[in-house]
Design a protein around this ligand. Structure first.
Ligand code: NAP
Length: 291
């Protein structure tokens, strides 16, 4: 594992923000990048840029895959396409994510923050787990957020259907769930085969939250983000570094499976995101999401 081996890296949300910059940097460092985007036009635009980077660094050509990750049929098609075209995936980066100021549900019936930040990465990971295992040593990198510290899960109301919906709180809870599920996954896979980590990429100036119209809280967040957050390329660094870290079991300084990284530093997540009883409940729930 590591960038020196020219890994194949599958990354979601690859057309913009942190996912796009991560794709560029991985291509620059000779990885083969499989870019998942939900919109073909935006995806093609990003692909064309990353293809240029890959050509300049003599990296394998990147590939574009289209899927709305909140649509189970499209996720199944994505999984089938990857399996048909690729015999190895060394790294899966579940990067696509978002915050929604107003509550809505997907056609399948999930609250959309939960659908995008929790159900989608679980489905994709479980759907590709045997391919990752065959590609050992492989790694799953789940892009979480420091915001999780503000979101203790309410196991009786994961979809925030009761009472007033609060978008940031639901986002924070969803990222807590992703950190917990990453730990649960790590305890169920042989780390020499598939390791799993979660990471907060930093406060980064991207399109994050920009689609929320008519929300004062979202507008304020955007305002401060454009003023103070770091450029998107900085958000790619922790992810690229995790792609490049040696497999578990190599010399000190390597990744320990199940860990959470605050940018490039390993850190304990908030206590509520370390509760293994909750993690195991989420694991069981996640199995019901499997396609
Ligand atoms: N920016 C920050 O400060 C920050 C901090 C902590 C964590 N994060 C996390 O970092 C990750 C990347 O976010 P970002 O900041 O780069 O935001 P972004 O620029 O909004 O990128 C989000 C990506 O996810 C894709 N996406 C959204 N809904 C999707 C769906 N239903 N199906 C497939 N793809 C979908 C978006 O595609 P479209 O272009 O089609 O919308 C976009 O490519 C997220 O998980 C976010 O929670 C960000």
């Amino acid at each position: 594992m590591g960038l020196a081996d020219g890994p194949t890296v599958l990354i979601t949300g690859a057309n913009s923000g942190i996912g796009f910059e991560t794709s560029r940097e991985l291509a620059r460092r000779s990885a083969r990048v499989l870019m998942v985007a939900r919109d073909r036009e935006r995806g093609e635009r990003a692909l064309s840029d990353v293809t240029g980077v890959a050509e300049r660094s003599a990296a394998p050509s990147p590939e574009l895959l289209i899927a709305d990750l909140t649509d189970p049929e499209q996720v199944q098609f994505l999984i089938d396409t990857i399996r048909a075209r690729h015999s190895r995936i060394s790294v899966l980066v579940n990067n696509a994510g978002g915050y929604f100021a107003h509550r809505a549900t997907t056609e399948e019936g999930f609250e959309r923050t939960w659908a995008l930040n929790v159900v989608a990465p679980i489905r994709l990971t479980l759907g590709l787990l045997d391919l990752l295992t065959e590609s050992a040593p492989a790694r799953v990198i789940n892009v979480a957020s420091h915001a999780h510290t503000a979101g203790r899960l309410d196991m009786d109301d994961l979809q925030m259907a009761n009472g007033t919906y609060r978008g940031f709180l639901q986002y924070a809870r969803a990222k807590s769930a992703l950190i917990l599920w990453t730990d649960a996954l790590a305890r169920r896979t042989n780390p020499q085969s598939v390791s799993a980590v979660s990471v907060h990429p930093g406060w980064i100036n991207t399109g994050f939250g920009a689609a929320n119209r008519g929300s004062a809280a979202a507008a304020m967040f955007r305002f401060f983000t454009t003023l103070f957050a770091a450029p998107a390329a900085k958000g790619a660094r922790p992810i690229v570094e995790l792609v490049d870290r040696p497999p578990v079991g190599d010399p000190p300084g390597d990744v320990v499976t199940g860990e959470y990284f605050l940018k490039t530093r390993r850190q304990l997540p908030a206590a509520h995101a370390r509760d293994r009883r909750v993690a195991d409940l989420l694991w069981e729930l996640g199995l019901t999401y499997k396609l």
